[in-house]
Design a protein around this ligand. Structure first.
Ligand code: C5P
Length: 202
């Protein structure tokens, strides 16, 4: 039987870390759905039509994760993600992944609300914009992309605004989601809260 864990929330709230830890703890497969939108964005920045790019996406587009983790790609991703046809083209792949035997964790913005409304567990992971910008700044610095903190904070806020205000599948906690605010939690504490929420539904 499939068991799906849906993890949504804004950029750099800790979804990735939590998702990987939950997947490892329970032996589930993990899909970072943001990578799909980033891959479409990368093709779009190279001049392709984003809808055609979403329809033609292959596993190869996801292979070079470092190239998908740049600020420019992140910003473009939140623009192509507004397009209903782009979102539609990515639905089947995500649902098939969620239905895997052995369990799956999917993280993104609309997993609990649109992609997997029947998920066994839904988490909504948040943190203040300042905390998230600080984490993203550190990640980028570690990856060799130096940037001003204020510029990263502005990026985070602009992306939040686009993700929350779009008409199709906006960033929103599902009514039955468990909220985890990671602003004042260590990684271990945030992971423990997520594992507890999953354990309760197992
Ligand atoms: O999570 P990540 O920062 O990689 O996502 C990049 C962008 O992709 C987000 O800002 C959002 O606009 C879009 N996205 C989305 N729905 C998802 C995952 C990501 O719209 N399920």
């Amino acid at each position: 039987m499939s068991f799906t864990v849906a993890i949504d929330g804004p950029a750099a709230a800790g979804k990735g870390t939590i998702s990987r830890a939950v997947a490892a703890e329970f032996g589930f497969a993990h899909l970072d759905t943001g990578l799909l939108y980033r891959a479409v964005a990368r093709r779009s920045l190279a001049g392709e039509d984003p809808v055609a790019a979403a329809q033609a996406l292959t596993a190869e587009d996801l292979a070079d994760e470092a190239a998908l983790r740049t600020r420019a790609v992140a910003s473009e991703a939140s623009k192509v993600a507004v397009l209903p046809e782009v979102r539609q083209a990515l639905v089947d792949f995500q649902r098939a992944f969620a239905a895997r035997a052995g369990g799956a964790v999917l993280d993104g913005r609309d997993i609990g609300t649109v992609i997997c409304p029947e998920a066994a567990v839904k988490l909504f992971v948040t943190a203040s914009a300042e905390v998230r910008a600080r984490r993203r700044w550190k990640e980028l610095a570690e990856a060799g992309e130096e940037a001003e903190f204020e510029a990263i904070l502005a990026d985070v806020k602009a992306r939040d605004e686009r993700d929350r205000s779009r008409a199709t599948a906006p960033l929103l906690a599902a009514a039955d989601a468990v909220e985890i605010d990671t602003s004042d939690l260590s990684i271990d504490e945030a992971v423990a809260a997520a594992i507890l929420a999953v354990t309760r539904k197992r």
